[in-house]
Design a protein around this ligand. Structure first.
Ligand code: NAD
Length: 504
């Protein structure tokens, strides 16, 4: 089984030859900030070869609902690195988000967003903040699997996979090692979601052991995000599943004061994409006054990723120095702090003049202090013995009395299956439910084998056959129960692989 290598691959391939990059100028202010950024990269000696591709508004309006045409796909496949200015998704139905298309089609599993304080040039309460949020990008509630099942109830499936967790957690530790970071914090909610977030936590603990030189910590997302907002200077690298990551990466950017200045990276096994987090700013498009800093920061991340972290540091430190000298675009200009209000290209000139300098007060970029290599091994699936021990049958039932439903289902003569309990929105309502529990029209009825010992503290489940489930469903259907879905109950290597109902 070969080892997949991200950064190393580029380093080895491109010792002398430039790294080809698919560059999208984007819409609105996109072309202006891209021109400024590419000038800086050239002056800094970045060893890249841009190939320009067309993405966004023009492509959408030409009738392509994804905003990306076959030529651009081809260039992305060939170049493997995308450097993208913001694009406009036209209003109206039918246009798909270009970012979601790129992220999902290209398997860009990691979203990486560094947030560094720029106080007092961009005011924040946390002048020493320097945090990187690493968000899983493909799974979780964003799988987009949603259903309406009854009059009252809608569901969204949260999918967390072992390969997905291994990849993102490994990426976070490798990132820390590659770029001289000291600590990785995992944020999850596994006190409630014991199987899904529990898996993320377990994988984090397993992988953390392989990195004894990097500190690790785990926090529950609610208090973790509160602490991140109140005390962001205490965090270094944070790794988290998709939804929490979506939220805390914005929290971090906001408390850092620098939403308009952040770049982000979307990293996959084969392709990576780098962009600013702001949009195409149509209100100032063409005026030549846009701030190119978000795209410059995206470029810095790109240089680190393609094995040129020294150039990344050079660009970032020159950019920080220009900010310290007080050369500010209109969006961050402050009387008394700024020296001169500069336009986009003049700001780029000031960054270029400072190449080789380091900031005096702001946190210096040290991407090149790590070992610069990110390795993500191929996933190896370890098979475990899987045993069917029951089934949860979800009914759309318009009655109100859980005891009536429970008794009716308990008296069914079903081939060696028995009703264990009924829950409504996860709370046990039969047997021995509380009258106070509010019930919707969505009833989860748990059936297990008749040989299961379910009365004690530690239930022992017995193996059942799938034919028994089919017989049960057939019987319920003939009795005119409205079955809206089922979930099989399994044990893996003897371990229960389903959650218990509240009060079960
Ligand atoms: P926006 O980020 O474009 O603009 C919000 C405000 O911030 C505006 O006042 C704008 O002038 C200002 N601003 C943004 N970037 C700036 C910069 N670099 N320098 C100075 N000022 C800047 O957000 P929006 O107005 O909600 O969206 C405009 C368009 O951008 C929409 O079509 C949206 O779909 C698109 N968008 C694209 C991306 C992307 O391609 N990644 C991300 C977000 C929004």
């Amino acid at each position: 089984m070969g080892t997949k290598v991200l950064i190393k691959e580029f380093q080895e391939k491109h010792v002398q030859t430039p790294v080809k990059v698919a560059v999208a100028n984007g819409d609105g202010i996109g072309p202006e900030i891209m021109k400024a950024t590419l000038r800086i990269l050239e002056a800094a000696g970045a060893n890249i070869e841009p190939e320009f591709i067309e993405l966004g508004e023009k492509v959408y309006l030409s009738g392509n609902s994804s905003g990306i045409d076959a030529n651009a796909w081809e260039a992305i496949r060939n170049n493997k690195i995308i450097f993208k200015a913001p694009v406009i998704t036209p209003q109206g139905k039918g246009y798909k988000s270009l970012n979601v298309t790129l992220r999902k089609s290209l398997g860009l599993f990691a979203n990486v967003r560094p947030v560094t304080a720029l106080h007092p040039y961009v005011p924040t309460h946390f002048p020493k903040m320097d945090v990187v949020i690493i968000r899983e990008n493909e799974e979780d509630l964003y799988a987009g699997i949603e259903h309406r099942q009854t009059q009252d109830v809608y569901q969204c499936l949260k999918l967390i996979t072992r390969p997905g967790c291994e990849r993102i957690v490994r990426y976070a530790f490798e990132y820390a090692k590659a770029f001289g970071r000291k600590r990785v914090t995992c944020m999850i909610k596994d006190n409630i979601m014991k199987l899904t977030d529990g898996l993320f936590h377990t994988v984090f603990d397993e992988i953390a052991q392989e990195y004894p030189d990097i500190q690790n910590a785990t926090e529950i997302i609610d208090i973790g995000s509160a602490r991140l907002a109140a005390n962001p200077e205490k965090y270094d690298v944070v790794v988290t599943p998709n939804l929490y990551g979506d939220i805390i990466s914005d929290v971090a950017a906001e408390v850092g004061g620098s939403v308009g200045m952040c770049g982000s990276a979307n990293i996959g096994k084969n392709v990576a994409m780098f962009e600013a987090i702001h949009g195409s700013a149509p209100d100032i498009s063409g005026a030549g006054i846009a701030n190119p800093s978000g795209l410059i920061n995206a470029a810095v991340a790109m240089l680190a990723h393609i094995g040129q972290p020294e150039i990344g540091d050079k660009v970032k430190n020159a950019w920080l120095t220009a900010l310290e000298q007080g050369y500010h675009t209109a969006d961050i200009y402050q009387e008394g702090i700024s020296r001169e209000k500069v336009n986009t290209q003049k700001f780029a000139d000031k960054v270029i003049e400072n190449l080789g300098q380091s900031p005096e007060n702001l946190t210096k970029s040290v991407l090149s202090q790590g070992n610069g290599t990110i390795r993500i091994p191929e996933y190896v699936r370890i098979y475990q013995q899987k045993k069917l021990v029951g089934v949860d049958v979800f009914l759309d039932w318009q009655g109100h009395d859980p005891d009536a439903l429970g008794e009716a289902l308990s008296n069914l003569d079903i081939y060696r299956l028995k009703l264990k309990m009924i829950t409504n929105r996860g709370v046990k309502v039969y047997p021995e439910g509380l009258k106070e529990t509010y019930c919707t029209d969505h009833w989860r009825c748990r059936f297990v084998g008749v040989d299961a010992q379910i009365d004690g503290q530690q239930p022992q489940y017995a193996q059942i056959e799938f034919e028994q489930v089919v017989a049960l469903l057939s019987k319920l259907h003939h009795l005119e129960y409205d079955v809206v879905k089922t979930e099989n109950l399994y044990e893996f290597d003897g371990q229960r692989a389903f959650s218990l109902g509240q009060g079960e």
